[in-house]
Structures are given as structure tokens and as C-alpha cells.
Design a protein around this ligand. Structure first.
Ligand code: ZN
Length: 346
């Protein structure tokens, strides 16, 4: 089968599209999926570079997100039939540890991700545990559905499950244009929150405005970003800071939230090491939350909300699988607004 793989870690040149990568076979409790579309994530860069000391099997098929149809079931696998249209929860959990038993699958002691700790989705076929499959929302195309899981599941857990964002509260979202940030904007609007979004690109801010963002800040054009955030929400500070950026935005989060505010972080695209003023943390009674992907229950809630609200993820561009390397370059250069999706198969 065709697949975009790496045989060793390194730059974009490591990504190759092979024509005869071995077909996977579903084992007990697993399902074979005909992949129709697969979306790129920043995680693909970490995995390719090996920069997080990830111990991955090689050659490895990249890719965590996918939408497709069920093509076969392994032994003793129930709940799905051939032809069912599905999306994946990319998070892999054991299902039987203390944390899985509580339903907190992304806190699993052996947590992994499709395309990182097992073969990924940038291929004509992928095998995944049946527990990771969910019905594709009927109003979404395969391309749109593939753009949903990793970014929207992450954002859903950040805002709905962890920060417990309420209608009428305000949220600061950094780096609008990235998949998780845009998902955060959509979910914050769905909840009924006031949104402050930042970017270095006026055109990305303009597009965020069209999606309903309330306050726009070009961080390249203002001196003290946090002051402008506070001012935008009437001088009191935001209730929640939603951070996918890390090192560069961490001090802004602390200065921009109100007393008693919440800071929720899921990514570190600008780096992992930040300084925290601990006096600010306790005197201002702040709550800091880290979060990764989501549980199966987060995924179920997200898909229900997507269905009810007819939410459509923002797709930046669609490329054939053969252009995987160019697609990854576009993401790495941060030119995208929304998800870059690979179309797979005919
Ligand atoms: Zn577990």
C-alpha cells in the first residue's frame, strides 16, 4: 500500500512516500480502516525529528488523525461493520490501568498516540483498536472529519473538561491559525464565551474575526500584549488563558488572567522552558493546568457537540498523499490557517 514514512529521524527529506509498504492486519480487538483523509499535526514534526526522545518503531508511518471506512475486523472484535464511516481518537490507552478505569484515558500510565507509538494514518490503510473508533459526523466530508480529532479533542478537553469555561466568561487564545487554537475559538464561541485572539498576521486575525472572534491583537504591533488583553475585556483580565505556544506566551498568560483565573496549556511550539513568578501564582490564586489529547468520553462529548452545532473544522488546504513532504513544509513554516489534510485513495 501507499504510505508516507520515515526510516530515520531528521528533516523534511526523511519523509518518503512508498508504494509498497506492508499492509497491516487487524489483531484481536482491532479494526482495519480504509483511510480516506488524514490531517497533519505539529506532533508529526516532533515524531519526524525525534526531538522529544521518542522511542518509535521504524520504519514508521506518520500521521495521527484520520477519517475513513471500516474495511475489516480482527478476531473477537465487535461493534463495527464493513463500510461504516469512522473517525479516530488518536490517543492510545491500555483500558485497564487505574486511570483508564476512571475513564481518564489520556492519563493512562502507558499512554501513546497513533503515528507515534504505533503505525500512523498517512497510508491507504491503518489498523487501530476498536475502542478508538467513533462514527463520523454525518454533515462532515471525510476531509473535514479527518481535520477534527486531535485538534478539537485537545481543545475540547482544555476548555470544556479542564478549564470548565462557562458562558459569559472570557478566554485568551494565542496564535490563531493553528489547528488547536482555531478549534479553541470554535469551542469557546459554542460555549458562549468572549474571545481575545492573537497572531502576528493581520490576515489570520481578519479570518478569525469572520469566525466570530471578539477582540484581535497583532502581537508584533503592540508593546505589552498582556495590557492590551486586559484592556480588551474591560480591565479585569481574562478568565482563561488557552495556550498552545509555551515559552513565549507563558508570561503573557500570567499577566493577562484575572485573579482566580485559569491557565491551560497543551503545547510548546516555541519551547518547553518558562519562568513562573510563584508570588503571582498564589497571591492571585491562579490555577495552572496541563492537558494532552482527551479521554473517550471527551471525544464522545465533542462529537455530540459537533453534531448538534453542525460545527465544521477549518481546512487550510488539501493535498494528495504523494505531497506529504510539501504539506509538512507548509505546516512547519506556519503558513496555514486551519488544518492541512492529505487525501488518500481514489
Ligand atoms: Zn491505562
Amino acid at each position: 500500500m501507499k504510505a508516507a514514512t520515515i526510516h530515520q529521524h531528521g528533516g523534511l527529506e526523511c519523509v518518503q512516500v512508498e508504494d509498497d509498504f506492508p499492509e497491516p492486519e487487524p489483531g484481536r480487538g482491532e479494526v482495519l480502516i480504509d483511510v480516506k483523509a488524514a490531517a497533519l499535526n505539529h506532533l508529526d514534526i516532533w515524531v519526524r525529528e525525534g526531538s522529544r526522545e521518542l522511542d518509535v518503531e521504524k520504519p514508521l508511518v506518520l500521521g495521527s488523525d484520520a477519517a475513513g471506512t471500516v474495511a475489516g475486523l480482527g478476531p473477537e472484535t465487535h461493534g463495527w461493520r464493513e463500510g461504516d464511516e469512522v473517525v479516530l481518537n488518536p490517543g492510545l490507552s491500555c483500558g485497564c490501568c487505574e486511570f483508564c478505569m476512571r475513564g481518564e484515558h489520556s492519563e493512562c500510565s502507558s499512554f501513546g498516540v497513533i503515528g507515534m507509538t504505533r503505525q500512523g494514518t498517512f497510508a491507504e490503510r491503518v489498523v487501530v483498536p476498536a475502542a478508538n473508533l467513533f462514527a463520523k459526523p454525518a454533515h462532515l466530508s471525510f476531509t473535514q472529519a479527518a481535520a477534527l480529532p486531535l485538534s478539537h479533542l485537545t481543545a475540547w478537553r482544555m476548555l470544556a473538561s479542564r478549564a470548565e469555561l462557562q458562558a459569559g466568561e472570557s478566554v485568551l487564545i494565542h496564535g490563531i491559525g493553528g489547528g488547536v487554537a482555531l478549534a479553541g475559538l470554535q469551542i469557546a464561541k459554542m460555549i458562549g464565551a468572549e474571545t481575545v485572539v492573537t497572531s502576528s498576521s493581520d490576515s489570520k486575525l481578519h479570518r478569525a474575526r469572520e469566525m466570530g472572534a471578539d477582540h484581535l491583537l497583532n502581537y508584533k504591533e503592540v508593546d505589552e500584549l498582556a495590557d492590551h488583553v486586559v484592556e480588551a475585556v474591560g480591565g479585569r483580565g481574562v478568565d482563561v488563558a488557552f495556550d498552545t505556544v509555551g515559552e513565549e506566551t507563558w508570561p503573557v498568560d500570567f499577566a493577562a488572567v484575572r485573579k482566580g483565573g485559569r491557565i491551560v496549556l497543551c503545547g510548546i511550539t516555541t519551547g518547553p522552558i518558562a519562568r513562573t513568578n510563584l508570588q503571582q501564582l498564589y497571591w492571585r490564586q491562579l490555577t495552572v493546568m496541563g492537558t494532552t489529547l482527551g479521554s473517550h468520553e471527551d471525544m464522545r462529548q465533542l462529537l455530540r457537540a459537533v453534531d448538534v452545532e453542525r460545527l465544521e473544522p477549518v481546512v487550510d488546504s488539501v493535498e494528495p498523499l504523494e505531497h506529504a513532504q510539501d504539506a509538512m513544509r507548509r505546516m512547519q513554516e506556519r503558513r496555514q490557517f486551519g488544518k492541512i489534510v492529505l487525501e488518500i485513495g481514489e
